[in-house]
Design a protein around this ligand. Structure first.
Ligand code: NAD
Length: 489
């Protein structure tokens, strides 16, 4: 049944089932689906394929556990997260290898994600004991105004394949800290990391029913059924803008609270006064992290005309020197894309830009053979209106265009439906402040290509969604406010 070689401390056979009410079990009717290795398309293993009835049972379990979980002392909730953090830290190597196998990224990158994702557990283990309200005198005197914070209630989480651990921990961490129960549906391409995470949380002492996991190939039917149930109080989704809109519409009938972490089209601005070598270093991170399969990936390089050729040339040399291959092999820098569709989509975007006049600095054609590989690619003089500049690439392609003035750079950067991440390279402090205020994005990286940080509020505006994950803001997504009016003497 499996070509998967993982230690049983991480995933025993039973952990390829569903987790409902603390019990690992098969799906209704025993259905399963294949988990593939993107490096060669072979079947790694099979995982239980939850039905809508299974998901309803998972919601029943979350609802049944909600009251006692909400009543659990904050310190206890925090300590469960802290224990899970320690267990993940001990098992980092095994988790990274498992993630690399199912998702394709290199073991080094997967190790980085385990560390990053785990920090959400540490951060929210510390935040669990800092949930507090307010006591104030009414402005006109007399009454006193008290505000309380309460957990929002049972949640439904849908996570994507590109960061199989971190996209889970940044929802699960604050939900546990706030006292919410949950049903989680991981992406069908990468369910194994989430199952391993669920097992670890059980070992850390999370009570039965607080976290239920239902891998499934029936995401649409499942979300419709769960969101139609008035006991579900919150949906948090990370994925494409199209699916996000479906979930927001579905939230209307029961007026569920929603958090949406959706797509991006990040501009990467390099001004004439920038340190070009530093900008190339930052571009390597902002573009090549996760093979470009990140919603924060730099998608459009807007470079002042006086430094554009130097920037494209240096970036092309660095990207062209990367080794593409299986993520578990030594010396590999860039793994495969997630599936054949991803390679087709990147290939079409690059071909369209080249037909429109873009010059290929490096890469530009799919590698073929087994597995879903696309080479690191740099293109110069990409037509501004090309699909490559307008759509989310989700692959290792860096399109470079030029600008002349700061106003033009800002206008072009903001000329997108998305508003997640943006990056600026400049040595002018006043410009930095102007840009931070003028760029219509939820996040601005200044002279850095890496903005994700568990202590900071990650999230976007416009078609990139709403709500924040991480930081002090992240836990607010899982808390309701009750106001109590009190007479005073
Ligand atoms: P996707 O939207 O197709 O899938 C994401 C998840 O949604 C998967 O678990 C999938 O099974 C599920 N899904 C699909 N249809 C559904 C439905 N009708 N109801 C409920 N769930 C449904 O996206 P993807 O291809 O997995 O991921 C890539 C996209 O995610 C990119 O657009 C990327 O920008 C975005 N993303 C955003 C962030 C962020 O934090 N903003 C992070 C990672 C990825």
């Amino acid at each position: 049944m499996t070509g998967l070689d993982v230690p049983s401390t991480l995933l025993a056979d039973e952990h390829r089932g569903l987790l409902v009410a603390g019990r690992w079990r098969e799906a209704e009717g025993g259905e399963t689906f294949d988990v593939l290795d993107p490096a060669d398309g072979s079947v790694l293993t099979r995982v239980a394929d939850a039905s809508v009835a299974d998901a309803r049972e998972a919601l029943d379990a979350a609802v049944a556990a909600q009251a006692s979980w909400a009543a659990t002392a904050p310190r206890e909730r925090g300590e469960i997260l802290r224990s899970a953090f320690e267990l993940i830290r001990e098992r980092t190597d095994d988790l990274a290898r498992l993630m690399s196998l199912e998702m394709g990224k290199t073991v080094a990158e997967a190790t980085g994600e385990v560390g990053y994702g785990n920090e959400f557990f540490r951060w929210y283990s510390e935040e669990a004991v800092r949930i507090h309200g307010r006591w104030m005198q009414a402005p006109a005197g007399g009454s006193r105004l008290l505000t309380l914070k309460k957990p929002v209630g049972p949640c439904f989480f849908v996570t994507p394949w590109n960061f199989p651990l971190a996209m889970g921990t940044r929802k699960i961490g604050p939900a546990i800290a706030a006292g919410c129960t949950m049903v989680v549906k991981p992406a069908a391409q990468t369910p194994l990391t989430m199952l391993a995470l669920a097992r670890i949380l059980g070992e850390a002492g999370l009570p039965d029913g607080v976290l239920n996991v239902v891998p499934s190939t029936r995401a649409g039917e499942m979300s419709q059924a769960l969101q139609g149930d008035d006991r579900l109080r919150k949906v948090s989704f990370t994925g494409s803008t199209g699916v996000g809109k479906v979930l927001v519409r579905q939230s209307a009938d029961q007026l569920q609270r929603v958090s949406m972490e959706l797509g991006g089209n990040a501009p990467f601005l390099v001004f004439a006064d920038a340190d070009v070598d530093a900008a190339v270093d930052g571009a390597m991170v902002a573009k090549m992290r996760n093979m470009g399969e990140a919603c924060t990936a730099a998608n459009r390089f807007l470079v002042h005309s006086s430094v554009a050729e130097e920037f494209a040339d240096k970036l092309g040399k660095r990207m062209g020197a990367l080794t593409v291959g299986r993520g578990q092999d030594e010396g590999v820098d860039v793994g495969p894309l997630i599936d054949a569709k991803a390679v087709e989509s990147v290939t079409a975007l690059v071909a369209g830009a080249v037909e429109g006049g873009a010059k290929v600095v490096c890469g530009g054609t799919p590698l073929g053979g087994d597995g879903w590989f696309y080479p690191p690619t740099v293109l110069l003089d990409v037509p501004v209106g090309s699909d490559l500049n307008r759509q989310e690439i989700f692959g290792p392609v860096a399109p470079v265009t030029t600008f002349e003035t700061e106003d033009e750079a800002v206008e072009r950067a903001n000329d997108t439906e998305y508003g997640l991440a943006s990056y600026v390279y400049t040595r002018d402090l006043s410009r930095t402040i102007r840009l931070a205020e003028r760029l219509d994005f939820g996040m601005v990286g200044v002279n850095t290509g890496l903005i994700s940080n568990p202590a900071a509020p990650f999230g976007g505006v416009k078609a990139s969604g709403f709500g924040r994950e991480g930081g002090f803001e992240g836990i607010e997504e899982y808390l309701e406010t009750t106001y109590v009016a009190l007479p005073a003497g």
